[in-house]
Design a protein around this ligand. Sequence first.
Ligand code: AMP
Ligand code: MG
Length: 523
Amino acid sequence: MMKLNIQNTFSKELPADKILENSRRQVVDACFSYVTPKKTKLPKLLHVSEELLSSLGLTKEDTQSDEFLAVFSGNEVFENTHPYAMCYGGHQFGHWAGQLGDGRAINLFEIEHNQKQWALQLKGAGETPYSRRADGLAVLRSSIREHLCSEAMYHLGVPTTRSLSLSLTGDEVLRDVMYNGNAAYEKGAVVCRVAPSFIRFGNFEILSARQNHQTLQLLTDYTIQHFYPEIASEGKQKYLDFLTAVRDNTIEMVVHWQRVGFVHGVMNTDNMSILGLTIDYGPYGWLEDVNYEWTPNTTDAQNRRYRFGNQPYITMWNMYKLANALYPLIDEVDPLQAILDDYESLYLEKYQQMMRHKLGLYDTKTTDSLNIIAEIEKTLQLTETDYTIFYRLLANITKEDTTETALNKITYSFYDTQELKGEVSDSWKKWLTTYIKAINNETLIDSERKEKMDAINPKYVLRNYMAQLAIDDANNGNYQLIDELYQLLKNPYNEQPENEKWFAKRPDWAKNKIGCSMLSCSS
Ligand code: AMP
Ligand code: MG
């Protein structure tokens, strides 16, 4: 038997849906509905994040038990626990969408271990009252993407939900990947996600929209008590401090996204964690050639609302929606507005600081460094340049380098070196000349600067094509690459000579391939 220290708080302290029938409907006056995961045909454990086990008080032996597979594929309910789906709403692509909720996520239970609280949740475990017109299931490809990327982001130091396990269900799931009338059966899968809490902006929005102010207050008090215990104020001030803390965590998260080149793809308010964690890995992507206009999500191809360069503004937009939702607890516009007004300057300050560090600039005068940042953002887009490779190679430039030798050191980051001529080449040389001058004014010696830069500019990220290779293999019954990538991405900042092949630009075949640079919401 697995030994788990079950300590449910969400379902114990907040109001439950009184209706127990698992039918699709509006759920009012409640934060969640009890529901049992769907039994699956032939569950098979494909991968476990060993790293996460000890945080939860689990062992490697536990993962080899029938019980582990049964519980984390949804086939058995752990003793004395009562799984449930959460009720939330959200703004999707800028519009209020009403009730959404956990349509295919089922919370199993919460664990307390080493004074930390963890909620464990299955994604793809069958329908709930919130499933609307869909089936509550998930396919293998999207489950591999969620499992690998959650863990990769964690090891990159980006605030994120985690993934404990990835299992096949043995059931087939019908999906029309590009929404073009070509539906086909795919392998079904279940991921067990882990986070201190899965509460989203949308949990507050739905209660506010329904003018259920009493439950709104209960949920907010619950969230503060468990996840923002440092807030000591009372009354209205408590809720203002809460909004401020969420704002700061959200800024922190999005600055990390910009640092590593992660594009979430669907930043609807139902996909915004109240803890500032990256949540809901759907049609996300990693920036390959630098393009601030890029989004991998084909559903958003027209407006590109969630493009790379827009992410910080969308998090701000989402903060406005959260502030609106909390308004009934505060009843005053001005102090709310003040918190939101500071968003942009706080973000810029953090962003610029992060960029200075990406460039290895610590002593350079602020005005000079801002100029260097603005110019590199422009220069990187003149010709297809790989985001990850460029910043990693930049650390090799030394104070002694000439413009020419420096350019040679970063050449590997260009997709087509033929393009490096005329004005493009002039711009690069101009930027490098300024940059070499700047690092010559830095106190750190070259090796010290490189060490610091290498600790924040990853060598390995989950490039879109890498996940797709693992998916293609898995669809053919070969699951090895999942673990290979998992192991690689556990140390994204380390040199791994045996893994140099993954320090490579996107191959040509992946440029316009579905699943690589183009993804739909179908999952
Ligand atoms: P997403 O855009 O993936 O965050 O999903 C938006 C909403 O749709 C959430 O309420 C999800 O629970 C729900 N949803 C997405 N896929 C499914 C599915 N296959 N079955 C049921 N609900 C789903
Ligand atoms: Mg979602």
